[in-house]
Design a protein around this ligand. Structure first.
Ligand code: ATP
Length: 212
């Protein structure tokens, strides 16, 4: 018998910071699927994503992953299932090599640290041309965003939770990221204001004014 595909389920999930007090997220996602969330500024998108990341408690509802309800007891396990890409990419180190290996230096993963070759392959897939010793302070906003995505790629986790991952990307980089995401064996949840990005997602959820 083959193992069931990983499933991520949201049941009537609310952060409590939704502008629309009736909004709640109910959705079931399997590997290869992508839920894109949109809504006006202040509608509560980031707060909902932070609930998914267990960075703040849900006001209502719960999350199941692989038939386990996320709770205080299994939080360490849940935290190792996802990559969180916040709105402002966190570099956390000085050079590209250090930034890419940050999760390993923080012992956030038990997997072996990626080789230089693996880092270079991942950098190339996000079209980052700089060498590994390059100072990240000199990178553009879009390059930092792509570097954070490169790190997520190396971390190789089954769930990606992304807060406006394309906000600093041009259309070409956005399209490459959409293509890349479709090739990965992951469940993706993202926040976006970009109609093209929303169209490419398998599932969408609108917070706030449903007539926008
Ligand atoms: N910890 C908090 N304490 C008080 N208010 C909060 C807190 N977190 C969020 N809010 C408020 O909840 C509302 C929703 O915020 P949130 O950041 O989730 O919105 P958003 O839809 O992601 O907005 P944007 O598109 O501008 O990033 C805002 O009015 C915000 O000020």
């Amino acid at each position: 018998m083959t193992a069931p595909k990983a499933t991520l389920q949201f049941h009537q999930l609310r952060s409590g910071y939704e502008a629309d007090k009736t909004s709640a997220l109910t959705e079931a996602l399997s590997q290869g699927q992508h839920l894109a969330i949109k809504g006006a500024s202040g509608s509560g998108k980031t707060s909902l994503l932070r609930v998914m990341c267990a960075l703040q408690p849900a006001q209502h509802g719960h999350i199941d992953y692989q038939q386990h309800t996320i709770s205080v007891q299994n939080l360490p396990w849940w935290r190792r299932q996802f990559c969180y890409l916040p709105q402002e990419p966190v570099m956390g180190a000085n050079t590209i090599a250090e930034v890419l290996r940050l999760p390993w230096s923080l012992q956030a993963t038990d997997k072996p640290s990626p080789s230089d070759e693996a880092c270079q392959t991942a950098l190339a897939s996000l079209n980052i041309q700089h060498n590994m010793n390059h100072d990240v302070d000199t990178l553009s906003g879009g390059e930092k965003q792509r570097l954070a995505i490169t790190r997520a790629l190396l971390l190789d986790r089954p769930v990606w939770l992304m807060d406006e991952p394309t906000s600093a990307l041009d259309a070409k980089s956005r399209d490459s990221l959409m293509t890349l995401l479709k090739t990965l064996p992951i469940i993706a949840v993202s926040i976006s204001h970009d109609p093209e990005w929303m169209r490419a997602a398998s599932h969408t959820f609108v917070l706030g004014d449903h007539h926008e």
